[in-house]
Design a protein around this ligand. Structure first.
Ligand SMILES: Nc1nc2c(c(=O)[nH]1)N=C([C@H](O)[C@@H](O)CO)CN2
Length: 119
């Protein structure tokens, strides 16, 4: 079973970065998330309670990110992935965290991590 639930382009404001200008103002981060989850039960019951509720994940991440102040994108990505695995029962998570406004001459910079197994 390799079902996933995904969230693409989740835009959140975060206090994140190593430079002084980044320590005093938030900036946008974009999250692209794939979560391994068996969707068959929800498909059979047609009941949200049996699904991995991507809206609930998105709202929880927004609340969490709003109270962080990490230096590195690696740290924020790791913490977001751990939150998804521990609070929402995903079997694995692939998470790409981008900073679109970090570098003037780059569309975006960031990290992509995978925790758990999609195999
Ligand atoms: N591997 C990383 N490299 C850099 C990071 C980071 O979080 N991880 N951060 C910065 C700065 O904060 C940059 O995003 C803003 O100029 C530089 N390199």
């Amino acid at each position: 079973m390799t079902d996933t639930v995904f969230i693409e382009g989740l835009r959140l404001d975060a206090l994140i970065g190593v430079h002084d200008r980044e320590r005093h103002a938030t900036q946008p981060v974009l999250l692209d998330i794939r979560m391994r989850f068996d969707n068959r039960i929800a498909a059979s019951s047609d009941t949200l309670a049996d699904a991995l509720d991507y809206e609930a994940v998105s709202l929880r991440l927004a609340d969490y990110v709003a109270q962080t102040d990490f230096m590195l994108v690696e740290t924020l990505a790791e913490c977001c992935a751990d939150l998804i695995l521990t609070e929402f029962g995903a079997k694995a998570v692939r998470l790409k965290l981008s900073k679109p406004d970090a570098l003037a001459n780059a569309a975006a910079v960031g990290v992509e991590i995978e925790r758990g197994s999609f195999a």
